[in-house]
Design a protein around this ligand. Structure first.
Ligand code: SAH
Ligand code: SF4
Ligand code: F3S
Length: 462
């Protein structure tokens, strides 16, 4: 093994993109690459890209301008800086990236991170490499596990990919093309990873997948296990106090998964359930394969199972053909559900998706206006949800020091950040906190003497 070299990985995408960045670092560690906090002194920079909207995809080219200057500065110092582009833009654009930005040495698609040591070795010898095949073998079988030290450094809450890819083909979305078709990791592999995380001090695990609730990994009995069954098993791992999963599709919210919200106390009462639009006409054009009524029914069943469940969502405004009355239906749905928060985006036409070729594209000014109005409605909902938490006492998992000395930041069961005066020894612990003050994006609280109360109803009825 050669002497140690420095690696800087930057994530531009979703939680799975962040998870992949960590796996890339773990996989390059045996080749002598040690992570560094900035690109300035790195020998290898990996940009892990996102293709979901045009703005995200274009960001990479401005970033490449910056690293080109670093590469030139390194060369003037007699050092060689290698530049790799990974992730969903790499998968979608392949060698086009090197044509547009000759500074790039390696392009590696989202399914080939296990091959990075070979690709980087080839680039070290002076070659340019592009690898965007969808391999037949499972990348998870070859990706290195993180060291205990690396896991510890990453904190008390961790993501674990359990499912990847998507077969739903919503007409706006690139994910089925950049991540390939749906596949699930076997139960045994997930369990081993979660046990290792627990052993290194992780207390909260969020299972991730583009369609996580379509999970159907092979169990120890060689049969496919549902996500509900997997969650039930993971809830018995000593040390793991909290479980979450994201992102779910409304069509795959099966009865057993809804029941898990009643039966598995470690499963936190918060669910990200993207609806995209409140109008049946738009939902059909998006190929979401559910109606507004279907969505409301899922929410009703979830609240029956777990009355205090907090819901969040994603919305797209200005999808082709969206009229003012379609948009009004979306605004109305936000109020009816009473979300605890939501992300909203202007529709971005993506190359190769059916939506990009649809007539009746909505103009930019209308999209901007609808986005502003939707965000106002979401902010109002979030403020209402947060206000209802005032005076309540609930368990908070402390994650890290706060901005001010003596303060820690933790998470409520509903995923809100909570700032509390508390000793640093509480990091990694769960303690009862009474909410004393509410701001738009976070809560403030004080350690409570009494244990946390049983959750009261905080969601609005759907
Ligand atoms: N796997 C997730 C989606 C990931 S993309 C899921 O199925 O929910 C995250 C969000 O980005 C989507 O929910 C959608 O709201 C938004 N999005 C996806 N494609 C988009 C596009 N072309 N324009 C604008 N927003 C988009
Ligand atoms: Fe994209 Fe739709 Fe699949 Fe989600 S369900 S990843 S929005 S195609
Ligand atoms: Fe972006 Fe790929 Fe995630 S397109 S949202 S990084 S799956």
């Amino acid at each position: 093994m050669k002497g140690s070299r420095k690696l800087f990985v930057k994530s531009f995408g979703c939680q799975m993109n962040v998870y992949d960045s960590q796996r890339m670092a773990d996989t390059l560690a045996p080749a002598g690459y040690v992570e560094t906090a900035t690109a300035d002194d790195a020998d290898l920079v990996i940009l892990n890209t996102c293709h979901i909207r045009e703005k995200a995809a274009e960001k990479i080219y401005s970033e490449l301008g910056r690293v080109r200057r670093l590469k030139e500065a390194a060369a003037a110092d007699g050092r060689r800086l290698l530049i790799a582009v990974a992730g969903c833009v790499a998968q979608a654009e392949g060698e086009e990236i090197i044509r547009r930005a000759p500074v790039v040495d390696v392009v590696v698609g989202s399914q080939n991170y296990h091959r990075l040591p070979d690709l980087v070795a080839c680039a070290e010898r002076g070659g340019k490499v592009v690898d965007t095949d969808f391999p037949v073998d499972d990348k998870f079988d070859h990706l290195a596990a993180p060291s205990r030290a690396a896991t510890r450094a990453r904190g008390v809450s961790a993501f674990v990919t359990v499912q990847e890819g998507c077969d739903k083909f919503c007409t706006f979305c690139v994910v089925p093309y950049t991540r390939g078709s749906e596949s699930s990791r076997p139960v045994g592999k997930v369990l081993a990873e979660v046990e290792r995380l627990a052993d290194a001090g992780v207390r909260e695990v969020t299972l991730i997948g583009q369609n996580v609730n379509a999970y159907h990994g092979e169990g120890p009995d060689r049969r496919p296990w549902s996500l509900a069954r997997l969650l039930g098993r993971l809830a018995t791992v000593p040390g793991i106090e909290r479980l979450r999963y994201t992102t779910s599709h409304p069509r795959d919210m099966d009865d057993d998964l809804i029941a898990a919200h009643r039966e598995v106390p470690r499963l936190m009462p918060q669910l990200h359930l993207p609806v995209q639009s409140g109008s049946d006409h738009v939902l059909a054009a998006m190929n979401r394969r559910h109606t507004r009524a279907d969505y409301l029914d899922v929410v009703r069943r979830l609240r029956q199972a777990r009355p205090d469940i907090a819901l969040t969502s994603d919305f797209i405004v200005g999808f082709p053909g969206e009229t003012e009355s379609d948009f009004a239906a979306t605004l109305d749905l936000v109020g009816v559900i009473g979300y605890s928060g939501a992300f909203s985006f202007k529709y971005s036409a993506r190359p190769g998706t059916p939506g990009a070729d649809m007539s009746e594209q909505v103009d930019e000014a209308t999209k901007a206006d609808r986005l502003r109005r939707l965000q106002e409605a979401i902010d109002r909902c979030q403020a209402t949800f947060n206000r209802r938490c005032l005076g309540r006492t609930f368990p908070v998992l402390f994650e890290r020091p706060g901005r001010h000395a003596g303060q820690l930041v933790g998470r409520s069961p509903y995923l809100q950040p909570v700032q509390v005066e508390a000793p640093a020894a509480l990091i990694g612990e769960i303690a009862a906190v009474t909410v004393t003050e509410v701001a738009s994006n976070s809560l403030f609280g004080a350690l409570a003497d009494a244990p946390a109360q049983k959750p009261a109803l905080v969601g609005a009825g759907a």
